[in-house]
Design a protein around this ligand. Structure first.
Ligand SMILES: NC(=O)C1=CN([C@@H]2O[C@H](COP(=O)(O)OP(=O)(O)OC[C@H]3O[C@@H](n4cnc5c(N)ncnc54)[C@H](O)[C@@H]3O)[C@@H](O)[C@H]2O)[C@@H](O)CC1
Ligand SMILES: [K+]
Length: 544
């Protein structure tokens, strides 16, 4: 699939497929409930050896309808099932009502309160079918407390396995954050009982992951996606292609990588381009050298490191295949870039924060503004504009990518970063994807916001998420200099002539994937210097 949807896109898709007469709401609900059960038994194969006892918490919307299907499915497997319901049967949608009644013919439906839910023996499984993608405000506290009451039942010695139906109740799937009420007595909402996502062991969603499933806040537990028959209508009949956030890597990463980067297509060192990396002064050149090495390992035909005159000797002692040139000022930058064989530029790592760096960035942006050459701005190149981000926005163009971490992002886009911290939708909070898209629009270029979940967006509205979570987690990538290497990989990929027709966001996404793949391939103990050295193995594994 490779697409990540918003809740609105998912609803649009459901409506369209139902209108086309391909499925009914009832059919979707049946498949959804059965799909959750199938995934649960697949992910926890020893369940049949456990005590066959489950609790299902059903809410007032269609998420609750899925819960009644799950209850029936478990009953048919011979499980003891307790169902608690929050809401009124007469207010349920027709579909959920039918599922409610089908369960009522098999077993009792208890009204959901923390007291009632806390009675009895701890079950093996707890299904959270209280609220799904339909919430717009924090969930009732009684529902959250009922969930915890089941988990904390006194009798029983095993931890309850918690399965979230579509999403943990109370989570805004567009942002991945739990919707909380402003409560001054609770600092940062840390102890708000509505944060039930932290107790979730598996989340089973439908058709495609939603944005929040791929972001770190919600993405701490595994997410399974089940097919409920919505592929009958092609996605592009419903959602404009650039409106869909793409999942990186897509289903066939090797083919995608070849297409986007042109790597493995042959050529010689000149067609593979020439990357210029600017490095800092005496004793500050390590970051730039690592970026340069990464650019060379990524396949740039030639790489030149530009350093101030006083740092030439130090760098000469470290470099062999990488060439060295003196760049001591913004004027030198402009002069160097008069050589149009230099096809990409990377600056920021180790450059130092200040006016000098700012002038160099502006010189690069001017020189590359209209000739298709690519520029990567990272680290100090970004922080140098903290006082006047609009100066950078003004000079940026579509062949630029900026690669901030959250701190650098907040320096350039303080208003957007602030909104990402707001979890109350009535106060107009923003998800990380939306914030990155707005930043890219403001910048007129590609923004790559680094993190466990890296979010990319460009000036045309395209977006993508690379989620290094669960089975793709690489915590050891959080090491000094790893960001410098990423900037270098982008410079290497964008230097190639064959990559000239690829959009910046695609090349940046390919770089993020290669970077994480190199870290995964090396494993724990990784230091940034290992990353470029690991790339040949990654390329070999891709079949280049
Ligand atoms: N045909 C469909 O639309 C399908 C929907 N499915 C399920 O349906 C879910 C979406 O259903 P709904 O749109 O009914 O939404 P939800 O079931 O997520 O919840 C919405 C219900 O809760 C109420 N509500 C929302 N926020 C509340 C709050 N903070 N406090 C109290 N009540 C609140 C709403 O008034 C509504 O009754 C999906 O997550 C999925 O689980 C699946 O069955 C697949 C098919
Ligand atoms: K749920």
């Amino acid at each position: 699939m490779g697409e990540i949807l918003t809740s609105a896109q998912m609803r649009a898709k459901e409506r369209r497929v139902m209108q086309a007469g391909e499925v009914t709401g009832l059919g979707l609900m049946e498949r959804a409930g059965q799909g959750v059960l199938d995934e649960t038994f697949r992910k926890f194969p020893d369940l049949d050896k456990c005590k066959a006892h489950a609790v299902v918490l059903c809410g007032p919307g269609n998420n609750g309808g899925d819960g009644f299907v799950i209850a029936r499915g478990l009953f048919e497997r011979g499980w003891k099932v307790e169902v608690f319901f929050w809401g009124k049967a007469e207010k349920l949608s027709d579909d959920a009502r039918q599922m409610h009644d089908a369960w009522a013919a098999l077993g009792p439906i208890h009204s959901m309160t923390p007291q009632s839910a806390g009675q009895g023996e701890r079950p093996t499984l707890l299904f959270d079918a209280m609220f799904g993608i339909g919430i717009s405000r924090p969930i009732p506290i009684e529902c959250a407390l009922s969930f915890h009451a089941v988990c904390d039942r006194a009798s029983g010695d095993k931890k309850v396995i918690c399965i979230a139906v579509d999403c943990p109740s109370g989570v805004d799937v567009d942002t991945g954050a739990t919707l909380l009420r402003d409560d001054p007595s609770r600092a940062n909402g840390d102890t708000d009982p509505r944060k039930i996502a932290e107790r979730t062991d598996l989340c089973v969603t439908f058709h495609a992951p939603k944005l929040g499933h791929c972001l770190a806040e919600l993405g701490r537990h595994p997410v399974a996606v089940v097919d409920i028959g919505l592929d009958a209508v092609p996605a592009d009949a419903v959602i404009p292609p650039d409106g869909v956030t793409r999942s990186i890597p897509p289903v066939a990463p090797e083919t995608w990588l070849k297409e986007v980067t042109g790597l493995g297509r042959g050529g010689h060192k000149y067609t593979r381009g020439h990357a210029l990396i600017l490095a800092g002064g005496v004793g500050k050149g390590g970051a730039g050298r690592m970026a340069a090495r990464a650019a060379l390992r990524t396949g740039a035909g030639l790489v030149t490191l530009g350093v101030p005159s006083e740092a030439l000797a130090e760098n000469a002692a470290h470099l062999n295949a990488i060439m060295l040139t003196e760049i001591s000022s913004a004027k030198d930058v402009s002069q160097a870039l008069e050589d149009t064989r230099l096809s990409s530029v990377c600056l920021g790592p180790g450059l130092g924060v200040g006016m000098e760096t700012r002038d160099r960035v502006l010189a690069v942006l001017r020189a590359t503004a209209s000739d298709g050459r690519r520029a990567v701005l990272d680290a100090d190149a970004l922080s140098s504009f903290a006082d006047a981000p609009e100066v950078m926005f003004e000079a940026c163009h579509e062949n630029v990518v900026i690669t901030p971490h959250e701190g650098e992002f907040a320096r350039l886009f303080p208003d957007l970063a602030e909104k990402v911290r707001i979890s109350d939708p009535s106060k107009q909070g923003l998800g990380k994807v939306e914030a990155t898209k707005l930043a890219a629009e403001r910048l007129g270029a590609t923004v790559l916001l680094k993190g466990e979940a890296t979010v990319l967006a460009d000036q045309r509205g395209a977006s993508a998420i690379h989620s290094a979570l669960h089975d793709r987690a690489v915590p050891w990538l959080g090491t000094a200099g790893a960001g410098d290497v990423l900037a270098g990989i982008i410079a290497g990929l964008t230097a190639h002539q064959v990559a000239a027709t690829s959009a910046m966001i695609d090349l940046a996404a390919a770089a993020v994937w290669l970077h994480a793949q190199a870290a995964r391939s090396f494993g724990p103990g990784l230091i940034a210097e290992d990353l470029p050295e690991q790339l040949p193995k990654v390329f070999r594994e891709c079949g280049f």
